[in-house]
Design a binder for this molecule. Structure first.
Ligand code: URA
Length: 230
């Protein structure tokens, strides 16, 4: 890959600005300062300001999404992307959330610049389990456990029932819900359908990854190994 393409791929600067970075001696290949932005190198041999390119093999990150921010690049107000280093956003290919959490939902969210990974995980065929912890404004009826498990719950405005989901009621107004799909506001709509509107909602696991084991405070992130989803 050309040096200017590498610098832009990993979000350091535009291809145009690369000549300046090279001139300033900020780019080395195998320890030797690069002379031209048009030179070619294996990105794995490049050091920029003394460090290898960040997320050389793709950006795969888990973040503990705080309440009050939106998983959107476009909306007004606080965005999840405001919490990320500018260099991540400047990577060619950009960075996206893998699916979304509502503005008023907190918890585990994945970010990537790998389109194939994103599509694989969000594909309706994939059924990666996601676990939510929730509290409600009204007691959750026991009957919701069987209804959610039945695969027969039809949400308002939908033509296909929800896939079977596991509800574990932990107190009259709190529960854990495991979903195998991701429909719009699904948890809130399922609980509303049984007369127990959601007050608070946190996603605590996606497939093998749990917020507990990742040990992330609100707004913190950590690199993950995408192979855990293979
Ligand atoms: N279900 C919801 O209702 N909201 C979320 O953010 C995720 C799942």
């Amino acid at each position: 890959m050309r040096i200017d393409a590498i610098l832009s791929r990993f979000g350091y600067c535009s291809r145009r600005e690369a000549a300046q970075w090279v001139k300033q001696g900020r780019v080395r290949v195998d320890g030797v300062p690069v002379r031209s932005a048009a030179a070619k190198a294996d990105p794995a041999t490049v050091l920029v300001d003394g460090a290898p390119p960040e997320f050389l093999n793709g950006l795969y990150v888990a973040i503990n999404k705080p309440l009050g921010c939106t998983c959107s690049h476009r909306e007004q107000g606080n965005l999840i992307y405001d919490l990320l280093p500018q260099r991540w956003l400047a990577r060619s290919g950009g960075v996206s959330t893998v699916g979304r959490l509502d503005k008023e939902t907190s918890g585990l969210l994945l970010l990537t610049d790998d389109g194939a990974f994103l599509h694989a995980l969000t594909s309706p065929k994939r059924h990666v389990p996601k676990i939510y912890e929730l509290t409600t404004a009204e007691p959750i009826p026991e009957s919701a456990v069987a209804l959610f498990a039945s695969g027969e719950l039809l949400l308002n405005g939908e033509t296909t029932p929800c896939l079977p989901a596991e509800l574990c009621i932990t107190s009259p107004c709190s529960a854990r819900l495991t979903l195998h799909e991701g429909r719009y506001h699904q948890v809130r709509r399922m609980l509303a359908a049984v007369g127990a509107p959601v007050l608070t909602l946190t996603r605590i696991a996606i497939g093998p990854l749990t917020l507990d084991e990742l040990n992330l405070a609100s707004g913190e992130w950590v690199e993950i190994n995408p192979a855990v989803f293979s």
